[in-house]
Write a protein that binds this ligand. Structure first.
Ligand SMILES: O=P(O)(O)OC[C@H]1O[C@](O)(CO)[C@@H](O)[C@@H]1O
Length: 394
């Protein structure tokens, strides 16, 4: 296939082939996961016949060739430009990152998310997100916060970073295919790169911190507790919570999800409630700001971030970037040799950035050769199982 190599590093000498949907894990996401996801959407929301027809049309399209958007929302012209090279092709011969993004954008169009009318702004993933937030796993995490107060500061921060990392394992899209055996317990042994020693002092010293969030529920909760920890008792610190402006990759957080999660904390056990109240105050005082930039739902990598975001990243002392998809967008969705240094492919980033990611797709950099050989020798699908993680810093 004739695809231009991706240059995620900003250095034209550092390139790797773009990952496509032609085979392997990406193909299985399109072939198996997306149809299941569409069924869940139709199961969760009682959409009317015309919406169901449109969603089923998307399901059928996955077996044929890629069609243009059929709505004329404000982003349609931009999407026409991004899609031009791929329209008319099979869904199974295009860049994976673009295909997933276009799929989610099409789904929103089909459900009436954009169009004025009764289904506008109804989150197609809302029922799944709400069930997660109301569920036993989130309740257990809220209760576990009672113990946080008894930990020394440095240990509490370390635990929260680990909780934010492993919270990423439990996203809803992932659960569609791996519904069992996910107890969410931290598995430090499964960390294949761990730069916490360098990260923790940076977190303690930073006064402008960006947290680019990923999933709701068991991931957003520890993210918010971490944000609280960075702000509490430190009046000079400001944090920005970057979220998605629209429903995305099933369970990604939007502003409304942040508010629901804070409220769940407020209504929770005493320690959680105290943190929830504080977060409400931080939001009202402007010390915790929500950012829902359209770039976060674009089929682009971070080296293509618009100037306003670049400036924002440059002015931060540290940006924490959560999850698998953000990692793919950070290092480029490309088949790098996994030993490629993390700093080399992120050298374009205008500041300090740390990735907290459990591995749910093939992309990987910054792993030493011995560890790589040992992982490959297991014969397991370790790059996509969600059981391994990295904390990497540039
Ligand atoms: O929620 P996360 O950690 O970004 O994971 C999303 C991941 O799920 C998938 O959509 C399918 O596994 C990946 O393509 C994507 O990177």
């Amino acid at each position: 296939m004739d695809l231009a190599p991706l240059t995620a590093s900003g250095d034209p000498r550092l390139t790797a082939p773009v990952i496509t949907t032609a085979d392997g894990f990406p193909r299985s996401v399109l072939r198996d996961r997306h149809p299941e996801l569409l069924a869940k959407v139709l199961d969760g929301v009682p959409y009317p016949p015309e919406v169901r027809l449109a969603v089923n049309g998307l399901l059928q399209e996955l077996d044929g060739s890629i069609l243009p958007l059929s709505d004329s929302h404000a982003d349609a012209a931009q999407w026409a430009e991004w899609s031009a090279p791929y329209l008319g092709k099979s869904w199974y011969e295009v860049p994976f990152l673009w295909a997933e993004n276009f799929f989610y954008r099409k789904l929103l169009g089909a459900t009436g998310w954009f169009a004025p009318g009764p289904w506008q702004s109804v989150d197609p993933f809302g029922p799944q997100k709400d069930a997660e937030l109301a569920g036993a796993a989130v309740q257990a995490e809220l209760e576990a916060l009672e113990q946080l107060g008894s930990l020394p500061d440095s240990q509490a921060l370390d635990s929260l970073v680990l909780a934010a990392l492993w919270g990423n394992r439990a996203d809803l899209g992932f659960k569609i295919q791996r519904p069992t055996g996910d107890d969410g317990a931290p598995e430090v042994d499964n960390m294949i790169a761990d730069q916490r020693d360098a990260l923790l002092p940076l977190l303690t010293d930073a006064s402008r911190i960006i947290l680019i969030t990923d999933n709701v529920g068991r991931e957003l909760l520890p993210d918010l507790v971490l944000a609280d920890r960075l702000l509490v008792g430190r009046s000079g610190v400001t944090a920005w919570l970057h979220v998605k402006p629209s429903p995305y990759f099933t369970s990604d957080a939007m502003p409304a999800d942040v508010l629901k999660t804070v409220q769940r904390m407020v209504d929770g056990p005493p320690a959680a409630s105290e943190i929830g109240h504080r977060l409400r105050n931080f939001l009202s005082e402007g010390r915790l700001e929500l950012v829902a930039h359209p770039f976060y739902v674009a089929p682009l990598t971070y080296d293509q971030a618009p100037p306003d975001l670049q400036k924002h990243y440059a002015r931060a002392d540290l940006t924490l970037l959560k999850g698998d998809l953000n990692y793919r967008r950070l290092v480029g969705d490309a088949a790098w040799p996994a030993t490629t240094p993390f700093g080399a492919v992120t050298s374009y980033w205008p500041g300090r950035v740390a990735a907290l990611r459990t591995l749910k797709s093939d992309v990987l950099v910054g792993v030493d050769e011995e560890r790589l050989a040992a992982l490959d020798a297991t014969g397991e699908a370790w790059r996509t199982s969600g059981r391994h993680a990295v904390i990497q810093l540039k």
